[in-house]
Design a protein around this ligand. Sequence first.
Ligand code: DX5
Ligand code: ZN
Length: 234
Amino acid sequence: MTAAPQQVRNRFTDSDGSPIVNASILSADFARLGDDARAVLELGADILHVDIMDGHFVPNISMGPGVCAAVHRACPDAFLDVHLMITDPAAYLEPFARAGAGHCTFHAEVASRDELIRMRDRCHELGMTAGVAINPETPSEAIDDVLEFFDLILVMSVHPGFGGQSFIPDVLEKTRSISRRLRPDQRLEMDGGIAPENAAEVREAGCDVLVAGSAIFGSEDREASISRIRGNGS
Ligand code: DX5
Ligand code: ZN
């Protein structure tokens, strides 16, 4: 039996569904991470996306709770959306909550329905919202029976592991079908290969949280890039 989840209020639960531009710090300059993170927030990014990779679930290693805590110290007011691309997310919810995360998303590919719901409950106990993610090749049916429990659903639009990959448009169809089934209080996020040129189709598929790494940090005009991803002035 699961305990009744506590209600968590934050940037996701308080949203009215208008697009949230989520800057992925994986594409920042790690040698000056705090400055780079602050810069994109000042230029209009709404929140920061923190990609955690363990070299097992994905073929790359990125950062851990210590780096997340450092970003939290550098940007104490920023909402940190932690994306756990790791095989054992349950073990890391508390370390990331202590590191300042406001939200954690973990993958449906690594856990059973009961485990996913337990992790959702644990996130809420720790004062974070919770998301469930699916890879590009994972059908939406894989999360049919947990959809209602989550604050956010993340559809990957690249194979997770690296920034700077090409967007996979085939994921838009399942995204539309997920979108039709969500309540107004649930967010739908897309991650991978999002840029000013394709953000409109991502928003039209129902996504209201758009992650972008290279298209923001690698842009010569970061402010314009953020604003076009949100849907202003494109
Ligand atoms: C991919 C990560 C993404 C990545 C996005 O494994 O989950 O969040 O940082 O980077 P871009 O926007 O460059 O595809
Ligand atoms: Zn990510």
